[in-house]
Ligand binder design. Structure first.
Ligand SMILES: NC(=O)c1ccc[n+]([C@@H]2O[C@H](COP(=O)([O-])OP(=O)(O)OC[C@H]3O[C@@H](n4cnc5c(N)ncnc54)[C@H](O)[C@@H]3O)[C@@H](O)[C@H]2O)c1
Ligand SMILES: [Zn+2]
Ligand SMILES: [Zn+2]
Length: 346
């Protein structure tokens, strides 16, 4: 089969790889129908996650058809259409029982990271019973790709950890697909003001159509001054970091209100400075989280009922064998006016 393979920072190739096989009775082999590229994949390609091995197939999102099941898989059979969760979980270990699938004793985020991923014609999914979600016949499968990662990530790491409440003023730093997912799902809780900050005017304009009440381009404006002007000098109740840079985390530290929350989502390759000299007395909470995907079944219902329409995040479509071109498009999002790219295995 063909797959997108990582060969160290800055190097990737679409090349021949062996088709995956069942290694454990709890595995399933899934034929990819649709997959996509995540900001985290860009971090991997940049070399921010040097633990990724040369030769690894990248990708942790997608929908597909079950091709083969191990003898212990009971929830799925050959031919079932499924959503692949970015997080693999056994559902049985201590952390899984706490709902912390991201730290499953035999899983967590491993797909397209520690084991081969979904930017390929086929993928092996360990603990298939707990790591796949069924797709009812007739569903819009493109929209459901957004449930593999970005929707649960924006919601769990940003909105839930940030404790967004009715009437709050929140800021989302980063208007990529993950920031947009936080923007969409924050509105379950009716915050009064949603300030979205990015450096990409196109993405900021899209954020407005998705419910942002204010947008700030931090490349051309002073974001701290703007946020303070919008909040009567108080700052925001919740600052959601959805970029993964020291500068944007430190921006959150500057704009959080007394008693507020900083909810980090971004994958960070470098350290950020914690300004305790200003924050020690501000009663703030800082949270970090690897997405657990425990809210996927709930979010699935909101997508099916069109309470949220993540399909609107899709800007570009490619064939799976055009994945290198798709990386160029997603990696040059401002120029290409790109948000989520969909790759179809035809
Ligand atoms: N915690 C988790 O479990 C988890 C899961 C998925 C993704 N992530 C992370 O979430 C982050 C966002 O993912 P994405 O797919 O939306 O990525 P993305 O690269 O598409 O989006 C990042 C956005 O940040 C903006 N940006 C870059 N530098 C900026 C700056 N200095 N100031 C303001 N904005 C700036 C970019 O214009 C872009 O719109 C990434 O760091 C990704 O690795 C974390
Ligand atoms: Zn991801
Ligand atoms: Zn587990």
């Amino acid at each position: 089969m063909k797959a997108l393979v990582y060969h160290g920072a800055g190097n990737k190739a679409w090349e021949e790889k062996p088709k995956p096989v069942i290694l454990k009775p709890t595995d399933a082999i899934v034929k990819i129908l649709k997959t996509t590229i995540c900001g985290t994949d860009l971090h991997i390609m940049k070399g921010d996650l040097p633990e990724v091995a040369d030769g690894r197939i990248i990708g942790h999102e997608g929908v597909g058809i079950v091709e083969e099941t191990g003898s212990a898989v009971s929830n799925y059979k050959v031919g079932d259409h499924v959503i692949i969760s970015c997080v693999t979980s056994c559902g049985k270990c201590e952390n899984c029982k706490k709902g912390m699938y991201s730290h499953c004793a035999d899983g967590g985020w491993i797909l397209g990271y520690m084991i081969d991923g979904t930017q390929a014609e086929y993928v092996r999914i360990p603990h298939a019973d707990n790591s796949l979600y069924p797709i009812p016949a007739g569903s819009d499968e493109e929209a459901l790709v957004m449930l593999s990662d970005i929707l649960p990530t924006g919601f769990e790491c940003g909105v839930l950890n940030g404790q967004v409440k009715p009437g709050d003023t929140i800021a989302i730093i980063g208007a990529g697909p993950v920031g947009m997912a936080a923007l969409l799902t924050s509105q379950f809780y009716t915050p009064a003001e949603i300030i979205v900050i990015d450096q990409d005017d196109n993405r900021l304009a899209v954020a407005k159509t998705f419910g942002a009440t204010h947008i700030i381009n931090s490349a051309s404006e002073n974001a701290v001054e703007q946020v303070m002007a919008l909040t009567n000098g108080k700052g925001v109740d919740t600052a959601i970091e959805a970029v993964g840079l020291a500068a944007t985390f430190e921006l959150c530290e500057e704009i959080v209100a007394a008693g507020g929350h900083i909810a980090n989502i971004g994958v960070h390759g470098k350290s950020a400075t914690l300004h305790l000299e200003t924050l020690w007395s501000k009663n703030i909470t800082i949270t970090t989280r690897l997405v657990d995907t425990v809210t996927t079944p709930m979010l699935f219902k909101t997508v099916i009922s069109k309470k949220i329409e993540p399909k609107k995040l899709i800007t570009h479509r490619f064939r799976l064998d055009q994945v290198i071109e798709a990386y160029d498009t997603f990696g040059n999002a401002a120029k290409e006016k790109a948000l989520k790219v969909i790759l179809t295995n035809e």
